[in-house]
Design a protein around this ligand. Sequence first.
Ligand code: HEM
Length: 493
Amino acid sequence: MMEIPLKLNQSNVKNAPPFTQMLENLQANILKGHGRDFAFHLFFSFDRNKAEQAKAWIADFARNNKITSAKQQLDRTREFKLNQTDGGPIVTLSLSAHGYRALGLDDVMPKASQSFLGGMRADKDKLLDDTDRWTAGFNDKNRPVDMMILVADDDLVTASTLSLKLTKAINLFAHFLLSQMGKGLKKKGVIGGGIEHFGYADGISQPLYLDEDIKKQQGTDKWDDKTNLDRLLVKDGPADVDSFGSYLVFRKLEQDVKKFKEAEGDDLEDCGTPTNGNVVPCVINEKNIPDRSLGGSMVVGRHEDGTPVELHSLPQGPQSTANNFNYGLNDISRCPFFAHTRIMNPRDGDSIAGDVSAQRITRRGIPYDDIGRFPQDVIEVTDEMLNDNQPSGGVGLLFMCYQSNIDSQFLILQQHWANDGNIAGHHLGTDDAIISQAASSGKKVLPVKWGQPALNDAKAFDFPHAVTNRGGEYLFTPSIAFLKSLNNIPPTE
Ligand code: HEM
């Protein structure tokens, strides 16, 4: 038997031997985000009587190179950088545990993650999801999500034409549930260029696995994003082949932009004590000026342009240090515990919680806009466009993250850290200000002045939840080697 060259406690993946086989067998969008402007997420439920047909189609699809490998993705990115050639579409295929079972693949399905085996609906009490409010595609208990195909491209017509073609072919052996479009949002002057619907730069802090990305970091003395592959990949496929898959969490998270922006209070002119206890109070910035937008930034953990509030009370522009920082022990004078970024990644400076690096997830989400908040072909938005149209729903984030175990990564983050405000036994007294699904959150307090530890005169406020889960599923994105072998695997008796 061939020795497997890839060690999972390895980082610094290079697009060269000994990684070639691994990269050819790994699906795209896992090691590195696809970065395409438009992405269709096609959901299907298999027809139980047509499992063999489904397996044969998937195996052919993989054998005919229709699924984008990590190798192709990296090669095309390099080509694009050299010659500006179009990177072309990215296509990936993921299965839920229900999907594996429907195909008779119980014996060979990944079994490391209990939550994956049960499905997202079964975790509703942990996630505090109101599954009665799940929307089309996710709300039919008799037809759960079995398979998700992702089709992403920078050209809307290319992505939608390919999605329709695939849907037509898959309809022969599966029931079509939903085509959920995601659309990137960009704004000039923010770190990384991408934003989410509340108007904040997103996708900045990510675990890094690729040599080229690790080298590009602007300093690593406080925080290094270099991460071992065992946080991301699990062995999948033939034992003698360097082939890996990864667990994928998909959640459609609706954002009530109006509610969030009102609570943030940065449109208000008066910095006096807000009469409404739901509005974030002004915080005095490092120039000694009461600042209307600093409080909102401290709720997120970064300014709208992505500058970390731990480092600066004023936005520093797109070139500012993005991720080389950590939090001082018990110091909440610059970034409070309830800030979304601090709860989601307390970093190694926050030693009250101990080392929590094992929980790190690799985010691959993209915003969605089901109501036309912005014209369909518009990706780049301005502050005026964001201010002019603040919907109460119909827009949000198609949150997606990859990991090597859902139980010890995403689930810990959402259940214990975000919903309960409990990080490894460190009880914060409040939940995550942005993504908690708890019915009510604890009072939140900000310092009167940024960087001033005393909270004595600080005003407590409520921050309403403006993010609601509308559906989702736990999936696994198998190795291409496994998918190619599918029509050779007899169904489990
Ligand atoms: C609509 C929902 C969400 C919004 C609007 C949102 C927004 C943001 C923003 C603005 C950032 C800062 C930019 C960055 O560091 O990349 C961020 C970071 C992050 N978010 Fe979210 N997020 C949402 C959902 C989630 C969920 C569901 C999770 C996981 C359960 C999550 C985990 C993280 C993590 C791990 C970071 C990076 C923190 C760090 O390393 O410093 N987010 N999010």
